[in-house]
Ligand binder design. Sequence first.
Ligand SMILES: [Zn+2]
Ligand SMILES: [Zn+2]
Length: 437
Amino acid sequence: MYGETDNGILGYMVDVRRDFHKYAETAWCEFRTTSRIASQLVGMGYKVLTGEEFIKQEHILGRNIDEAAEKSRALLQGAEKAWLDRMGSYTGCMAILDTGRPGPVKALRFDIDCNDVNEDLSAGHRPYDEGFSSVNPGSMHACAHDGHAAVGLALAMWLKKNESELTGSFKLIFQPAEEGVRGGYAVVKGENVDDVDYFLSLHLGLGYPTGTIVGGVTDFLGSSKFDLVYKGVGAHAGGEPNAGRNALLAGATAALGLHAIPPHRDGITRINVGVMKAGEGRNVVPSMAELKVETRGETRQLAQYVFERAMEVAKGAAVMYGVEVEGISQGEAPCSTSDKDFAELVVDASRGLAGVTERIMSGKMPGSDDASWMMEAVRSKGGKATYAIVGANLAAGHHNFRFDFDEKAMLIAYELLLSTVKAIDREYLEGRGKSRP
Ligand SMILES: [Zn+2]
Ligand SMILES: [Zn+2]
């Protein structure tokens, strides 16, 4: 399927990345991507968990897809039927490698979903010029998760080849549905990181140029994503308006009220109403309205403050217009931060790597990432977690329809991960590291 090319491991990663880019799949629809990843991993000799062995239905947030249509699309685009059957309804997978020697459990997380973006199909956009732009309308890898998946597979290959030199065990988590912070919760609730001593996630780009390494991101904003659904009563707008209950006005009032929630003295809060749809026809009192909302806060208390105020505003608007409102959770991520000493270990591990020109110990997270579920789960049990950034020059910002990144950054990411894994093992062998009995 893919193999090392004349360009060695970077050539392999470029092939994988471009293949995933071309067949981009949005959150919970990563059937082809997962099947290709799982099949590669099994080919390398890994034990792979997928479907309900990996995540459970009751922990899934924000999944609203046409499963049959997505699976048949995936099949047409080269997914393996046997893997689709094994996955059942759920995407993503985890590979496990046990070296058989004592040592820490190391988990590395790679997110694999794309964005709800229509890719630019015009000259000057490299994926289009070079024939690997997305063939799936409304689906585009505009956040570099195609690169993350490629780096994860390249790392898997290296770990397997060097198994005899390593200690403890490895869990490679290929996480679905990061966008909209949906999949991380299911990964944690599936008890996949309960035994993990070291958890590392990385992101390419995020505003840093190629050559820059950030050891650990701090101050992840806790975030809640939810829909507000207003249900009123439709009526003839001219003949009997008094019989109607206007859901559009309730939704509009809520949108204004939500954006008027005061900021908080103690730190950052955010709120955004990103989508509002309402009404049926010009001469009908609108019986429905739907808002897509997100709240964020710098600490658990701040996240809770803005979320709770938002719920009060949502209900207040419903009371004003005599309509019903329901809040439906679509995604969630807690606040988190990287462990300082693990971030230092990553920065130390980057010394001497070709192409690394700047090392930064910590940087602030520009938003949210649901790796924070895994980070918090690991840290709460005494493990260590960090979220590193590997800089990459970008053609346009993240989530933009002309997004593209410097593929050479994947080689830096790959080498940084190898070198970090070796450094963790060194700590362990010298008796300084963490490992649970
Ligand atoms: Zn993103
Ligand atoms: Zn991302």
